[in-house]
Design a protein around this ligand. Structure first.
Ligand SMILES: [Zn+2]
Length: 493
C-alpha cells in the first residue's frame, strides 16, 4: 500500500494566501501575546490590509531601544519573505528566555515584520502573481529619488509606497532589510548613480553598510561562498543602478540603514523548499537584527540642568550623514563598523557641543551618553524645559541668533588638532560630567564657571541690598525717637 504522506505534504506545502496569512498572524499574536502586537500600516491598492507584526518584550510601548524591520514580498512574484517572517516570529516566541539570541532580540529591540508589501501582486490571477502592484507599478521604483526629482510627485505615489513611507517616518527604525528573489546576495546603498552608469556608488556610511551586509552573508552557508559576488555582498549601483528604490530612501530620509536581500537564485521556489531556505537564512536573519544592538554607539543626550532628554544631532567625524536623538528619551543608535576609533559629537541649538572619541570593539556596542550644558542665554529656557514649561516649537527663535551662529560654527576638538585619546574599553558610560582628557570639556567648563560667577554677583547684590535696608530702618528709628523728644519738650513748655 502506497504511503499517503508525500502526497499530503505536497498539498500542505503552499504559500499562504493573503487571508491565510492574516489568520496566521492573528493566531501568532494569540499564542505569543506577551511579546507581540499586530497592526496595519495602511491598505494596498485593492484594499488589502498591510499587516505588520511587532515583537518585543514591551510591544507598542515607546522605549529608548533601537527598532529593526524586515519587509517581505515587495515584488508580488517573490513570496519567500511572507513565510520567512512567520517562521522567524515562531522561532523567537518558542526560544524567548531559552536562547540568548532570541532573548536579546525580544528584550533589547523592537522588531517589526511586514510579511507582504504587495499583497495585490501576489494574489494576481491572470496571468498570475506579478512583480508590480495592482496599478502595474514596480514599488521598488516608486520612492523619491536623490538623483531624479521627477520621481518625487507625492500625488502619483502608490498606496503601498505611501504607507511604507509614513511607517518609516513615524517609527524611527535604526536598520532594516527587504526580501527579494532572483539572486543570492546582500545588496547595500547606493543603488543609483547621477549619470546612470554602472559603477560603485558609496554612501557616506559605506564601511558600515559593508559591515552589515557582511553580517548577513557571513552567517549564510552559501551566500558567503558566492562566485558572482565577493563575500556574498554588493554595492547596489555596482551591480546595476536603479532609481526610486526603497533602500536608499530609508537611509537618506528615514535614517534607517537598509539592505536589499536577494534570498534565492530562483524566484518563487517550490514551497516545499521553504523549510530548507529558512534553515539556511535563519542565523543571518537573527544576526542582522541583533547587529542593531550588538554594534555601533548607543546612548542618550540630556541637559545638565534637569536631566531632560535632548533631540540632539549626532555627528560622527568623517561621515557626512548625521542623525538625531529622539525627543522623547534623547536616545540615539548610531550603527558603525567595528574595529575603529570614532569621534562623536552631540549638538543642539542653545547648548554647548560635546565631543568624545570612542573605540568600537569587534563584538560589542559602546554606550555613550552626553550631558550638555546650556549656553548662558539659554539657562532659563533649559530650566523651563526641565519643568515641562518649555515650548519646543519656538525653541530656535528664543535663542539669540548670535548664539546659534556661535554654536553652529564650533569645530570639534579633534578637528582643531586637539587629539583626544581613544577610550579602549568595551563600554564607557558617561553618566556625569566627565573628567578632562576624555572629553573636549573646555567649553562646558567655561559654561559652568559663567553660571557660578552669576550666582556670586546676585548674592553680593542681595547682601548689599539687605545692609542698605537695615541702614535706612535704623535712620528712620533715630528720626522717630528725635521727633518724640521734640514733641515731649513742646508739651512740657
Ligand atoms: Zn524583488
Amino acid at each position: 500500500m502506497k504511503a499517503a504522506t508525500p502526497a499530503n505534504s505536497t498539498v500542505e506545502a503552499h504559500y499562504k494566501s493573503n487571508l491565510e496569512l492574516e489568520v496566521a498572524l492573528k493566531n501568532f499574536t494569540r499564542r505569543c501575546r506577551h511579546i507581540s502586537r499586530l497592526y496595519t500600516i495602511g491598505n494596498s491598492t485593492l484594499g488589502v490590509p498591510l499587516w505588520a507584526l511587532e515583537i518585543s518584550d514591551k510591544p507598542g510601548v515607546s522605549e529608548p531601544e533601537p527598532a529593526f524591520k524586515y519587509v517581505g514580498n515587495m515584488h508580488g512574484d517573490e513570496p519567500l519573505g511572507r513565510e520567512l517572517v512567520l517562521l522567524l516570529s515562531d522561532w523567537l516566541c518558542d526560544n524567548y528566555k531559552k536562547d540568548p539570541m532570541a532573548t536579546l532580540i525580544v528584550d533589547k529591540l523592537h522588531l517589526h515584520l511586514l510579511p507582504t508589501m504587495n499583497p495585490d501582486g501576489f494574489a494576481a490571477q491572470k496571468p498570475g502573481p506579478t512583480r508590480n502592484n495592482a496599478h502595474d507599478v514596480d514599488l521598488n521604483r516608486d520612492f523619491p529619488d536623490q538623483f531624479f526629482p521627477q520621481n518625487n510627485n507625492e500625488e502619483k505615489r502608490q498606496a503601498e509606497t505611501r504607507s511604507v513611507m509614513n511607517w518609516i517616518r513615524s517609527s524611527r527604525f535604526t536598520a532594516s532589510a527587504s526580501f527579494h528573489e532572483g539572486a543570492l546576495v546582500a545588496n547595500y546603498p547606493y543603488d543609483g548613480t547621477p549619470d546612470i552608469s554602472t559603477k560603485y556608488a558609496p554612501s557616506p556610511d559605506d564601511s558600515t553598510f559593508k559591515y552589515l551586509a557582511g553580517v548577513y552573508a557571513g552567517n549564510h552557508p552559501l551566500m558567503l561562498k558566492s562566485k558572482e559576488f565577493t563575500g556574498g555582498i554588493t554595492n547596489g549601483a555596482h551591480w546595476y543602478p536603479l532609481y526610486g528604490g526603497m533602500q536608499d530612501w530609508n537611509y537618506l530620509h528615514g535614517n534607517c540603514m537598509e539592505l536589499t536581500l536577494e534570498m534565492n537564485e530562483n524566484k518563487w521556489p517550490p514551497p516545499d523548499q521553504v523549510p530548507r531556505i529558512w534553515g539556511e537564512h535563519r542565523k543571518s536573519m537573527l544576526e542582522l537584527a541583533a547587529a542593531t544592538v550588538k554594534s555601533g554607539v548607543h546612548g542618550r543626550v540630556m541637559s545638565s540642568i534637569q536631566g531632560e532628554p535632548l533631540a540632539a544631532t549626532i555627528v560622527v567625524s568623517g561621515i557626512s550623514h548625521s542623525m538625531n536623538a529622539s525627543a522623547e528619551f534623547g536616545d540615539y543608535h548610531r550603527l558603525l563598523a567595528p574595529g575603529q576609533v570614532y569621534t562623536v559629537t552631540a549638538n543642539i541649538p542653545g547648548y554647548y557641543n560635546r565631543t568624545t572619541s570612542v573605540f568600537l570593539p569587534n563584538n560589542s556596542a559602546v554606550t555613550l551618553d552626553f550631558i550638555l550644558d546650556p549656553l548662558p542665554s539659554n539657562v532659563g529656557f533649559a530650566r523651563l524645559r526641565g519643568h515641562g514649561l518649555f515650548d519646543e516649537k519656538n525653541f530656535r527663535t528664543m535663542i539669540p541668533p548670535a548664539e546659534q551662529q556661535k554654536e553652529s560654527t564650533k569645530v570639534p576638538a579633534e578637528e582643531q588638532g586637539e587629539k583626544t585619546p581613544p577610550i579602549d574599553v568595551a563600554t564607557y558610560k558617561l553618566t556625569k560630567t566627565p573628567t578632562k582628557g576624555l572629553d573636549s570639556d573646555y567649553e562646558s567648563g567655561f559654561g559652568l564657571t559663567m553660571q557660578l560667577g552669576l550666582v556670586y554677583v546676585v548674592l553680593l547684590i542681595s547682601v548689599a541690598a539687605i545692609l542698605f535696608c537695615l541702614f535706612l530702618r535704623s535712620r528712620g528709628g533715630v528720626r522717630y525717637q528725635a521727633s518724640r523728644v521734640q514733641r515731649t519738650l513742646k508739651e512740657s513748655i
